[in-house]
Design a protein around this ligand. Structure first.
Ligand code: SAH
Ligand code: SF4
Ligand code: F3S
Length: 447
């Protein structure tokens, strides 16, 4: 650490987009002589990258800020900044409500952070800058964002969303959909590969419509080009919107060896009435058609989804349609949520709100059903051989390593540090709800 080094602690909530933004923030701060702190107590700068997708993550923001406030009481010289989707939504109001917050920055003003911090450091101003521009500032995406030694990296390929699903805050806090230039995406990935990254996940709120609004090419063609980058062994993407998932993209699962056999395809509900009121732009039948096509071209593909229960007006019948869809598709896993009204969204003013206990009951039942399906699907893997990219020492045992299969399942098996970073074949011997256990097939190091 140089004599002038300062420490920054970044707490991140929300989706991969926010994780990727926090990496970019850290990269920019490194050039200002900041280094990452292990705990907030030792930091000179405390940043909170926030999420407002539901009430719960929003509440976490306020409780974390409470913790930061206590630290500032002990060390008044530190700077506290709030970014991300709650910051975008609240703007100046956050500065007014919280006298200990020095900086509020938006989802599109991350590239201005060094300049804003310099002003705060030199003039002790309190600043809010949450402008939502409709172009991507080239500086916003300068350089590959990755710590040395990292095996996997998220790469943002687009920002914002134009879909306006009636329950969702994202279009309001991330602005209109803008795709990054494919040349910039490819050069970032090439740079990452040069630094030892082996797996990239292309990130956007609706990756399937990449390029469609700006003539920057199609998502299928971007994926093909990314798969050609030397040194990259695995390619993933998220999130796919079912209405924009093209046959070309689905067929790539059969054609591109590096493309991992996993797709996250949020369905939200199994009821056509509810899907209509959610403004999702597809029917249950359209969705099932996509699933059938995916399984035809890539029989073992792992499919995960998002479900919202208790959307306004959701009847028992609608809910049963969702359970029925889970049984029909047999997802490998799901993320499920109780509907949470978001300020300014269309659904927030719909009648027919369900009370919390009804939503909680539906959610618990749905999760029970899925737990059984997930376990069954994991057990189907027993006896099979999986290719695992070894990521590190297992959390549960120091004599085991862990990594993920092509279809994104976590596998633990006996092995040493020397395997970290390589892709090996593992025979699966046991299965649990969240992971698999196996044995390394010695001599079967693939790369
Ligand atoms: N862009 C992605 C999802 C982004 S948000 C897509 O279109 O699928 C991640 C998930 O949060 C959504 O898929 C949805 O299931 C959930 N979600 C979003 N808004 C919500 C709300 N108001 N209440 C409950 N869940 C919500
Ligand atoms: Fe939200 Fe819908 Fe956009 Fe996803 S596609 S971010 S759910 S508005
Ligand atoms: Fe949350 Fe914003 Fe992502 S609301 S889910 S952090 S785009």
């Amino acid at each position: 650490m140089s004599a002038q080094s300062k420490l920054v602690f970044i707490e991140t909530f929300g989706c991969q987009m926010n994780v990727s933004d926090s990496e970019r923030i850290l990269d920019q701060l490194r050039s200002m002589d900041y280094m990452a702190a292990d705990t907030p107590e030792e930091a000179d700068l405390l940043l909170l990258n926030t999420c407002s997708i539901r009430e719960k993550p929003e509440h976490k923001v306020y409780s974390t800020l409470g913790r930061f406030r206590l630290i500032k009481r002990e060390r008044p010289g530190i700077i506290i900044g709030v970014g991300g989707c709650v910051a975008q939504q609240e703007g100046e109001r956050l500065l007014k409500k919280m006298s200990y917050v020095d900086l509020v920055f938006g989802t599109a003003t991350i590239h201005k952070l060094p300049m804003l911090l310099k002003e705060i450091e030199s003039k002790r101003l309190r600043i809010s800058n949450t402008e939502l521009t409709d172009t991507i500032d080239p500086l916003e995406f300068s350089g590959a964002t990755s710590n040395p030694g990292k095996l996997k990296s998220f790469v943002t390929i687009m920002r914002g969303c134009d879909n306006f699903c009636s329950y969702c805050i994202v279009p309001y806090v991330r602005g209109r959909e803008i795709s990054r230039d494919s040349k910039a995406v490819l050069s970032e990935i090439t740079e990452l590969a040069g630094r030892g990254v082996k797996e990239v996940t292309l990130v956007g709120q609706n990756v399937n419509s990449y390029g469609s609004r700006s003539g920057k090419g199609s998502f299928a063609s971007l994926l093909q080009q990314v798969c050609k980058v030397n040194g990259i062994e695995r390619v993933r993407f998220t999130t796919s919107h079912p209405k924009d998932l093209s046959v070309e993209v689905m067929d790539l699962f059969a054609e591109e060896e590096k493309l991992c056999h996993h797709i996250h395809l949020p369905v939200q509900s199994g009821s056509n009435d509810v899907l209509g009121r959610m403004n999702r732009g597809y029917t249950r039948e359209d969705y099932l058609g996509r699933i059938a096509h995916l399984r035809r071209v890539s029989p073992g593909i792992s499919i995960t989804t998002d479900i919202i229960v208790g959307f306004p007006g959701e009847t028992e019948r609608d809910y049963m349609d969702t359970l029925d869809l889970l049984k029909a598709v047999r997802f490998d896993n799901i993320f499920s949520f109780m509907y949470s009204p978001r300020p300014g969204t269309q659904a927030a003013s719909l009648g027919g709100r369900l009370d919390r206990s009804a939503k909680a009951e539906r959610l618990a039942d749905l999760q029970r059903l899925q737990r059984d399906i997930t376990l069954e699907k994991n057990r189907e893997k027993i006896g099979g051989i999986e290719e695992v990219l070894v990521e590190g020492i297992s959390k549960s045992s120091a004599t085991e390593v862990s990594g993920r299969t092509m279809c994104n399942r976590m596998v633990n098996f006996r092995g040493g540090m020397d395997l970290i970073g390589s892709t090996v074949k593992v025979v699966i011997e046991d299965a649990y709800a969240n992971s698999l256990k196996g044995s390394y097939l010695r001599g079967e190091k693939i790369c």
